[in-house]
Design a protein around this ligand. Structure first.
Ligand code: NAD
Length: 371
């Protein structure tokens, strides 16, 4: 992508600001994209990935930051959407110097963008960033952080599944359905644990055999391979691994009634979302059902409370119910209903901003207890 493509990409996605961060001595090349701060300072993760070129990194950060605007809006957060990417291989490029350098660049934004852990990052990297700026979440508990978000993501997903069951079967008894879980990683395992607490039948598949074994030994799941995953007879398909899992190859194989899991970007394109709707399969829009994690980290900026984070994650059940109601009212697929609800909240807040004085969006006080 050439330089002229930056404004083009921003125009197409409706982005507010893109910041390039470059320190050749340290070898840091990072891009921060702030999509929309109508609801408040942008919040979204920092990803490190060995992009083929900077055009690919820009495309990714523009896409991801826009997604965060929708996710944060629907989650009811006082945050807009943003994201950052560092071009590099996490296996070798995740150094203290680079992370602290990124932290210094982040500090210059004065809280317009707040970062968090994403693909390729660890809590330890967030700690390095915290050395340089308070505008980082997902640090360890002893630093006033919220720790691993996965339990909150899983809790929110279970709350969302209850709404899906009601929509499809008219009841919300978790234990009365079977679940085919793809991916027994951090969030998958937390979800499995909660489903098994209800004595649900849970099938599990992971490319890592040790993770499958753990789910079998610890929680009594039934192991299946990636092919068998579609033939379990489970009513609920639960993607908790990679994106793009609902695609033209997998769609004809789906025999489930509900698709509801924590993975990001489950639909390879929105066409698949339309097709799920046509097939009568209830689809829980991914960014709505997996928002428990971002709800959790957002509380760090206000003084963290696990109790509040749990209560917020439970609200995902209501959000999902509202999505289904909107989809029915407008005769549209659920992915589009979620988008419309998110856009409506942003539009309402934009109106509010023009009529009432208050804290300007995008500006924030340094959170207490940090620096
Ligand atoms: P993770 O890396 O801990 O777990 C992912 C698991 O998926 C791993 O065990 C991996 O071996 C497995 N996997 C990869 N490819 C697979 C395949 N083709 N088939 C079966 N298993 C496969 O990651 P995580 O934190 O558990 O996140 C899982 C998904 O949920 C991701 O899409 C992530 O973006 C999303 N998500 C996670 C959180 C969170 O709080 N952890 C929050 C929101 C969204």
């Amino acid at each position: 992508m050439n330089g002229g493509a930056v404004f083009g990409g921003m125009d197409a996605g409706g982005h507010e600001q893109v910041i390039y961060c470059h320190n050749p001595d340290i070898g840091l090349r990072a891009i921060v994209a702030i999509h929309d701060t109508t609801l408040g300072p942008a919040l979204g993760g920092l990803r490190m990935w060995p992009y083929d070129d900077e055009g690919a990194a820009l495309t990714d950060v523009l896409r991801l930051s826009r997604g965060m605007t929708y996710k944060n809006a629907l989650a009811g957060l006082e945050h807009g959407g943003g994201k950052a990417v560092i071009i590099g291989d996490p296996a070798v490029d995740r150094t203290e110097a680079r992370m602290r350098c990124f932290g210094r660049f982040l500090d210059t934004l004065g809280g317009r963008y707040i970062t968090a852990e994403d693909v390729g990052m660890t809590a330890a990297d967030m700690e390095y960033i915290l050395q340089e700026t308070p505008w980082v979440t997902g640090t360890h508990e002893y630093r006033g952080g919220s720790g691993d978000p996965s339990p909150f993501t899983a809790q929110g997903a279970v709350a969302g599944i209850r709404a899906c069951l009601r929509e499809r079967f008219g009841h919300d008894r978790i234990g009365d359905a079977g679940y085919a879980v793809q991916g027994a990683g951090h969030v998958g395992t937390e979800l499995i644990k909660r489903l098994r607490d209800h004595d649900a039948r849970v099938f599990v598949c992971d490319v890592d055999p040790a993770r499958v074994q753990h789910a079998v030994d610890e929680y009594g799941c039934v192991p299946v391979d990636s092919d068998g995953l579609f033939d379990t007879g489970a009513e609920v398909f639960v993607p908790c691994a990679l994106g793009g899992v609902i695609n033209p190859t997998t769609l004809p194989r789906l025999r489930c009634d509900i698709v509801a899991g924590a993975a990001n970007n489950q639909l390879s394109t929105t066409d698949e979302g339309d097709e799920l709707d046509r097939l009568g399969i209830v689809y829980a829009p991914d960014y709505a059902i997996n928002a428990g994690g971002v709800m959790n980290v957002s509380l760090e900026m206000q003084g963290y409370s696990a109790e509040r984070a749990h209560a917020m994650a439970e609200r995902i059940e209501d959000t999902m119910t509202a999505i289904f109601a909107r989809a029915r009212r407008d005769g549209i697929p659920t992915w589009l209903a979620a988008d419309r609800l998110a856009e409506a909240r942003i539009a309402e807040r934009a109106t509010l901003r023009s009529t009432a004085p208050g804290t300007p969006a995008g500006a924030m006080q340094v959170p207490s207890g940090r620096h």
